[in-house]
Design a protein around this ligand. Sequence first.
Ligand SMILES: Nc1nc2c(ncn2[C@@H]2O[C@H](COP(=O)(O)OP(=O)(O)OP(=O)(O)O)[C@@H](O)[C@H]2O)c(=O)[nH]1
Length: 569
Amino acid sequence: MTASCRFTFRLMMLIFPFWLMPSLTFAAIPTLVIEGDTVKLEQFQMGYFVDSTEKMSFPEVQRQDFQPSSNSVSLGLEAKTTWAQIKLENVNSTALKLYLHDPYAYHNHILELYEVVDGKLTRQRILDMDRKETQQWMYRGSAVFDITLPPKSHKTLYIRSVSSSHQWFSLSLYDEDDSKRALLTLFTDIALLVGVLLALMVYNLLLFLSSRLREHFFYACYLVSGGFWIALTYGLLGNLFDVYGTMTLKWHLSLGAMPIFLLLFMIHIFETKKKYPIEHWALLLNISLLVANAIYGLFDIVTALSYSSTLAAIMMIISLSVTLSMLIRKHPMALFFLLGHGLFVFFSSLSVLFYKGMVEFNYINSHGVGIGIMVEALVLSLIIAYRIRMLENLKVAQVELKLLASTDSLTQLFNRRHFSNEANAILEKNQRAKEAITVTVLDIDFFKKINDAYGHGLGDKVIIRVADALRAQCRRQDIFARYGGEEFVILMPNTYLNEAYTLAERIRQELENVVIPIDQQQSVSFTVSIGIAEVDAETPDLQAAINRADKALYKAKNNGRNQSQRFSP
Ligand SMILES: Nc1nc2c(ncn2[C@@H]2O[C@H](COP(=O)(O)OP(=O)(O)OP(=O)(O)O)[C@@H](O)[C@H]2O)c(=O)[nH]1
């Protein structure tokens, strides 16, 4: 060996331990030293190993290298069978009873606990979520295993967890009191979340029942499926009803239903079918994918769930693009939707990354979908309130427009068009009953002279006064209108000619006595002439009846005005 070789070798020997050391330090799983009898370990170091063969024996597993990690890990879709390793040392001179908790056990298929002392297996427990008799270690959704640590002893725990789809778990160690406390406070946050969603769901169902607007129905369905899935996936259902395993796995189909309802809500709230065909087809295509996956899930839920993260990502991209497109087109609700849906997408993306094992295990990442749905639901409630207000304003505007189109602006009586519609409807209804119906036409006498002598302003006052008389004298069932300039018409259902004549005379007499003051000295009086004719019961024709009443009116004018005349053939 040359001098330079020797130097290089010595240098390498010098450097190698330092180069190796970090990896050795990295690979070591620290022992949790327990001193005293209070144990509340919620954050500690342990090791995990992913058994990609999914069938390694325990002795084989014991020989594997475990990756150091924190006590909460999310390992994604590929890690179906995972082993956790926890090293314990009781330095007390008394024995200790500990409780190992896995609050996310409800989503696993199998959970096994192996206790090893000095390399020898001392106790083994297998918890199969599909076998009732093994569920003695399940307590309201959490797996709880009791572990005894003899005085001054070491023990290594191996926890095998078999997941049906995505793999994540969080382990904690407690003494008896803290174990009870931890179980008591579980799921209060989820219960609150689900409660708010259910309240919003009831509110939207009521809105749907009163308005029949489908967006409320789809939104209520979205909240039901979302709330149900949150209750299921975050363990509330397991906690309340003690159901786990394959049965609950199937219920994860609600995860497929949730985005379908949200997209249907979008279609209705943005009215894409009518107004935005490209966006409409994009949303329909997305719905078809989700429906296909949901149907597939009826037969093979595990495979369907494995696609759910990818489908969720596609759904987020399409729904966000449609919302952005609505924003560009200045849709009034787009900004609210973008805010609500943007927050949903943000939190759900964290969740997707979490389920795929790509981000750290923390409350927000592990509860992302739930938080996203909640925040979105609250913001979308604003959209619903805004839309209700918009529709109310539209309704008021429509009523105003309808009124405007059917009334005469000077007298506020119905106009000729509206009168004809209403009168024809009455004649049609009367076709079977064939009750007597009478038409009366009223015309102001020498109105031109009034206009010429006192101006149009006073002429208008006379017209308004005639309208007032009609309002005062006509009965509830009568329909009356300003038919032309100074001509009025009344349709009197269930009224014979002579009865109509009496009413017409009452109107004429009232108007005959009207005095409209012009100034201190001057005033104006006027008269009206009236023609009355019955509608032919056999061939009820409104225009024919008005023509006959006009003929009677002509007779009244010719006879010297200020009188009522009945039509006689
Ligand atoms: N002030 C006012 N005048 C109107 C209005 N509409 C129509 N007129 C006038 O009503 C008058 C109708 O006159 P004519 O049809 O000749 O009938 P008349 O003077 O009442 O005579 P007779 O019907 O034969 O008694 C015209 O001078 C129209 O200008 C209105 O809204 N206001």
